[in-house]
Ligand binder design. Structure first.
Ligand code: DAK
Length: 259
C-alpha cells in the first residue's frame, strides 16, 4: 500500500526497502522503526541475499529520529524508543545478506546512523550527511558515535559530532563514509547493480565475510582475527567452498547453492 510508512518490494532476488514519509523527510518514528524491523525480518525469512535501503522523495534519505515524537517522551519511554531502535539497527547490521543504503538528500542524525548500519553507502550528488544531535541537546544514540569513529577515525568523528557540520557527497567519499557518488536519482539503480554482482558469489562466503568484517566492531584486533579464522574454517564445511574451488581448478564458472 502506498500509504505504508515502509515499502517492501522484491525483484530479481533483491529487495528494495523504502522509508515512505517524504512529507516529514522520512524521519524515524515508532511506526517506521516497526516497519523497518518487519521488512528485514521478511527479507530474512524469504532468504533474500541483497537489500537496498532508501528513502522516498528527492529531499531526504532520512532526516533523523522524529523530533516531534521524541520531544515529550518520559525518560522511560525514551529508553524504550532507544531499545526498539537499536534492535532494528542490529537486525539490519547483522542481516545475513548485503544491505546497501542508497542515499539521496539528507541523511542526518538517526538517518546517517541508519545508513552507517548498512554494509555500503551509495551517495547521490545531492546527499548530505551529518550528526546534528548536539543542536538538540542530545547525542547520537543509534550507534553513531561508534560506527562513525570506525569509518572516519576518532579525530574527524569528534569534529563531525561536536560541530554538527553537514558533509556533502564528495567529501563523504573522501572521508570513507560513502563508497561512491552517483548522479541524483540513480543511487538505487547503482546499489542494485552492485548487489547483482555480489549475488554471483558464494552466498555463505559473503555471509561469513560480512560477519568477519563486522567482528572488528565488537572487540580487539585479536578478537577480530580469531573470529575471522573461525569463520574461514566454517567455509570449509560448505558445499559452496568445494564447488568454488573445484570450479576454479576446472576453469569453469562456479554454480553456488548457498549450502
Ligand atoms: N523529525 C520530525 N520531523 C522532521 C524532521 C525530524 N528529524 N526533519 C524534518 N522534519 C519535518 C519538518 O518538521 C517539516 O515538517 P512540516 O513543518 O512541513 O510539517 C518537514 O519535515 C520538512 O522539513 P523542513 O521544512 O525543515 O525542510 P528544510 O528543507 O527547510 O530543512 C532540514 C531540511 C533537514 C535541514 C531540517 O528539516 C532539519 O534540520 N531537520 C532536523 C534534522 C535533525 O536535527 N536531525 C536529527 C534528529 S535527532 C537515541 C537514539 C537516536 C537519537 C538520539 C538518541 N538514543 C538511543 C538515546 C537520534 C536523534 C536524532 O536523529
Amino acid at each position: 500500500m502506498s500509504d505504508d510508512v515502509v515499502l517492501y518490494e522484491v525483484s530479481d532476488g533483491i529487495a528494495v526497502v523504502t522509508i515512505n514519509r517524504p512529507k516529514a523527510l522520512n524521519a524515524l518514528n515508532s511506526a517506521v522503526l516497526a516497519g523497518l524491523g518487519a521488512a528485514f525480518r521478511r527479507a530474512g525469512e524469504e532468504g533474500v541475499r541483497g537489500v537496498v535501503l532508501t528513502g522516498a522523495g528527492p529531499k531526504a534519505f532520512v532526516a533523523g529520529a522524529d523530533i516531534a515524537e521524541m520531544k515529550d517522551l518520559t525518560s522511560e519511554q525514551a529508553e524504550g524508543f532507544a531499545r526498539s531502535g537499536q534492535a532494528v539497527f542490529d537486525r539490519i547490521a547483522n542481516f545475513a545478506g548485503v544491505v546497501v543504503a542508497a542515499v539521496g538528500g539528507f541523511a542526518l542524525g538517526g538517518g546517517m546512523e541508519l545508513a552507517m548500519a548498512c554494509d555500503l553507502i551509495i551517495a547521490a550528488e545531492n546527499a548530505r550527511f551529518g550528526q546534528p544531535e548536539v543542536n538538540l541537546g542530545v547525542i547520537p544514540g543509534f550507534g553513531g558515535t561508534q560506527r562513525l569513529v570506525r569509518l572516519v577515525g576518532v579525530q574527524r568523528a569528534r569534529e563531525l559530532v561536536f560541530t554538527a557540520r553537514m558533509v556533502k557527497a564528495p567529501e563523504a567519499v573522501t572521508l570513507g563514509i560513502a563508497l561512491e557518488v552517483v548522479e541524483a536519482g540513480t543511487a538505487v539503480d547503482r546499489a542494485k547493480a552492485i548487489l547483482g554482482g555480489i549475488a554471483t558469489k558464494g552466498p555463505l562466503a559473503i555471509e561469513y565475510a560480512k560477519k568477519a568484517v563486522n567482528g572488528h566492531l565488537d572487540g580487539t584486533l585479536a578478537d577480530g582475527l580469531a573470529n575471522e579464522a573461525s569463520l574461514f574454517g566454517a567455509c570449509f564445511l560448505t558445499e559452496d567452498q568445494t564447488e568454488g574451488m573445484t570450479a576454479f581448478v576446472e576453469k569453469r564458472a562456479a554454480s553456488f547453492r548457498g549450502a
